[in-house]
Design a protein around this ligand. Structure first.
Ligand code: ADP
Ligand code: ZN
Length: 658
């Protein structure tokens, strides 16, 4: 599918019109008014000779006379009673001063009123201005004011943060909540932990500092990066810190601010945002909750026109701007999987930076950062607090510290003590729905053994992929912990031996739970599902069972979509296949259990270490294994070291929270 934005015409033209429409309306009304005025107010004039006026004066037929500097208007008696607009005035040029005096004398005699208006006939330019330009301008201003008020009402009443006074034809102008900060004042020092994320952003900072360095060599600069992580893990904070470190302005807007009820508003906001940003480049644009606009477009449940249009505009802007100007877009989401593929394409948000929940060290540092300006009592042990808060995110910890400080104030103390911190832990974390992500001690122990179970089986067996990371920090996806394996080289073929070891590894988690605690937990559900799927494929598609040999029992119907297979055999055969699958799984499970029982000490050792550190690398794991001298003298090659948490590791064994 073509993800480009050739679909919607630029709605710009529509927005331009009000200026001209309003002007025309104002002009039209002015014309009508002026016409009506001249009709109503001014009587008709009839040019006559001065002598005729003199004659009328002598006959005493004159009601009133108005002398102007260069002409004379005369109202005859017959016209006097009529309404003004029906009167006919006689008028004559001049007359000369002597004639005028002559007329005045006659009028004086007859007691007729006359006025010496002599108002240096109004300057024609001035009168034009007064009767034409002024009303048009006044009306135009009134109209735009009215329209702006209306537009504001429709637009949700948000008070445009910047550049909102694009003014005049301001319908659909950027009313989004864009906040620009000239300097955020946040630096990497304010971001605790998250070293991997910071590391990936150093380059962007350098680039914002001196783009020339990159352009000189011909390198294309990164346009954007996607920050992925649970709410409160500090994505906004990190984005601000990047701006702060690079000393550039920071624009921030939330994805949901783009999406309005009116089609076209979001798109125009995107356009305005980029226009403003490129004026002050280099700078950083931060789009929070990008999933609000960036979710994948081909949803079956009918599409959302406005959102699509906004997304298209965003894509167009990202492609359109010249990255050498130094505009970097950082976007944040906690649901990367629903984002439109077009957004993630190379040249757009192709960099993905995972902002994970902090581990023990990270939590400790976060607490340190947030207690910098807080007076702590002697007895405070932040490490203990960090230990108690496994699964908490930065925002929780910041909140916890603040609650503790408030409690200290309430109790009239000058310093925050350990008790305050522990109590507010209960209030902030344990007492809320966040409990789901904070494990109890027992749960933590089970999860730790479970993960080490996976890892140890993998480490003990040949043909296994090396473990690169084990963690019991709950994952964004809801997994309570996971073990990540990295293949040494990319592989397209797997042998039966490798697959069996993979099965053992997958089942190693449950095996550990069972061996150590004698319990079976829900944590293994994902493992079991994957193991069963694998075993089924071995039996039905890959000809790896003794019972069915090379017979294919299932066919893959749509290899390009989900690759799901359909059973293609008699019902009894299918039942036999199920039995065979179960047998394979059972055998692998027993083997995994045997490995763990044999290495029980090692299992305990590593699990304890994992409980303390919460995240351990493949190297650390292998150090334990190698130290266990009785075993595996030949496995010296250390596996891929400390792989930064990649979003889709080729092999990841994790379990669901439920
Ligand atoms: P997100 O954007 O990921 O939802 P925020 O960046 O808004 O999270 O974080 C909210 C607050 O939590 C921050 O203002 C900060 O006080 C605190 N916080 C989160 N992560 C960290 C961290 N790594 N170091 C220090 N403080 C943090
Ligand atoms: Zn598992």
């Amino acid at each position: 599918m073509n993800e480009n934005n050739n679909k919607k015409p630029n709605p710009n033209g529509k927005r331009r019109s009000p200026i001209w429409v309003l002007l025309l309306i104002a002009l039209g009304i002015t014309i009508i008014f002026n016409f009506a005025y001249s009709k109503l107010a001014s009587a008709q004039y009839e040019a006559v000779d001065f002598s005729e006026i003199l004659t009328l004066a002598k006959d005493d037929q004159i009601a009133r006379v108005e002398f102007y500097s260069s002409e004379t208007h005369v109202l005859t008696l017959s016209e006097e009673g009529k309404p003004e607009h029906e009167q006919t005035w006689l008028y004559t040029d001049g007359p000369s001063a002597t004639d005028r005096d002559k007329l005045k004398n006659i009028l004086d005699e007859n007691d007729v009123a006359y006025t010496n208006l002599n108002p240096q006939e109004m300057n024609p330019i001035l009168s034009f201005l007064l009767s034409w330009i002024l009303p048009v301008v006044v009306m135009y201003l009134l109209f735009t004011l009215l329209m702006n008020v209306l537009a504001k009402k429709m637009g949700g009443g948000s008070g445009g943060g910047f550049g909102g006074m694009g003014g005049m034809g301001g319908i659909g102008k950027s009313k989004a909540k864009v906040y620009m900060e000239k300097s955020t004042g946040v630096t990497f020092d304010d971001v605790a932990g998250q070293d991997e994320a910071k590391e990936s952003l150093v380059e962007i900072i350098d680039f914002l500092h001196n783009p020339q360095k990159y352009t000189a060599i011909g390198a294309k600069l990164p346009k954007g990066a996607l920050l992925v992580g649970s709410p409160g893990t500090g994505k906004t904070l990190i984005a601000k810190a990047v701006a702060g470190e690079a000393k550039v302005p920071f624009f921030s807007i939330s994805g949901s601010d783009f999406v309005e009820m009116f089609v076209g508003v979001g798109a125009s906001r995107v356009r305005d945002l980029f226009a403003e940003a490129s004026k002050v480049a280099p700078c950083i644009i931060f789009i929070d909750e990008i999933d609000a606009i960036g979710r994948t477009r081909d949803t079956r449940l009918g599409s959302n026109d406005e959102r699509e249009q906004t997304l298209n505009q965003l894509l167009a802007e990202i492609d359109g701007f010249d990255s050498s100007k130094g505009v970097v877009i950082l976007a944040a989401t906690n649901r990367p999987e629903i984002l439109d593929k077009a957004l993630l394409r190379a040249g757009r948000f192709d960099r993905r930076i995972v902002v994970d929940r902090p581990n023990l060290a990270g939590r400790y540092q976060t607490l340190r950062v947030h207690t910098r300006n807080i007076k702590l009592a002697e007895d405070v042990d932040l490490n203990k607090i960090a230990q108690a808060t496994a699964g908490a995110v930065g925002a929780d910890l910041a909140n916890l510290v603040n609650e503790a400080a408030l409690r200290a104030v309430r109790q009239g103390r000058q310093t925050v003590n350990q008790d305050d911190l522990l109590t507010s832990f209960e209030v902030v974390i344990a007492g809320t729905e966040k409990k789901g992500t904070v494990l109890t001690d027992t749960e933590k122990r089970i999860v730790a053994y479970h993960e080490v179970g996976h890892a140890l089986v993998a480490a003990m067996e040949k043909h296994s992929q090396p473990v690169s990371k084990i963690t019991i920090v709950p994952h964004t996806s809801g997994a309570l912990g996971y073990t990540m394996q990295m293949p040494e080289e990319e592989k397209f073929l797997s042998s039966k031996e490798e697959l069996l070891v993979e099965l053992m590894t997958l089942l190693g988690g449950r095996a550990a739970e069972q061996t150590v605690f004698g319990v079976q937990t829900t944590g293994a559900s994902n493992d079991i599902e994957r193991a069963t799927d694998l075993a089924r494929k071995m039996v039905t598609q890959w000809g790896m069972s003794d019972k069915f040999g090379l017979m294919a029992l299932a066919t893959v119907s749509n290899a390009y979509l989900d690759g799901s297979a359909m059973m293609n055999c008699a019902d009894e055969t299918a039942a036999d296949a199920d039995a065979e699958i179960k047998a394979i799984l059972d055998a692998c499970y027993q083997k995994a259990k045997a490995v763990l029982t044999e290495n029980r000490e090692l299992l305990d050792e590593i699990a304890l270490f994992l409980l303390q550190k919460e995240t351990i690398t493949g190297d650390e794991l292998m150090a334990f294994v190698n130290a266990d001298k009785n075993r595996l003298p030949e496995t010296t090659e250390t596996p891929v070291a400390e792989t930064p948490a990649e979003e889709t590791p080729s092999e990841e064994t994790e379990e669901n929270a439920e």
